[in-house]
Design a protein around this ligand. Sequence first.
Ligand code: S3P
Length: 173
Amino acid sequence: MNSRNIVLIGFMGCGKSTVGQKLASALSYDFLDTDAIIEATYGKTIARMFEEDGEAFFRDAETEVLRKLEKEADGVVLATGGGMPMREENVALLKKIGTVVFLSTEIETILMRLQKDTGRPLADGEDREKKLRPLYEKRLPIYRNAADLCLHTEGKSFSEMIEEIETFMKNRE
Ligand code: S3P
């Protein structure tokens, strides 16, 4: 396991990218995002990939990115797509890449944040709550299980969250 890297997991809209970028800059680490890597590799958005190639293709691309990062990533904060820990193989890879931090956010907050979102195929459709709530319930125990640190984000400022992660990392050394 790489002792420096930090991997952020959690549901869509929990703040992985924003927290990840701020954390990376606080630590002077590089910030990487598996969705962004996949989009750059295939030259299309995730939404288009779901449409043209199907979800299974995207899920394979996610595993492929982790296999590569497991060999290369050092001094990195990695944000991952919300579905990443759903594959057992991915969880094992995430744990090899670094310390896994679950950003835990209430579904109500997530629904509010994703209200007008258009880039997430799994949140698409008429009744978002009907789609997202069961997915959230199903995933919650998987995120918790995969995580080294479960960080509750509700009511916390970014600097509080970053401090909590930094303290956890120091105590792990
Ligand atoms: C997904 C989450 C998205 C993206 C894709 C699938 C999911 O990432 O990977 O749309 O299965 O929850 P974010 O968690 O960054 O929104």
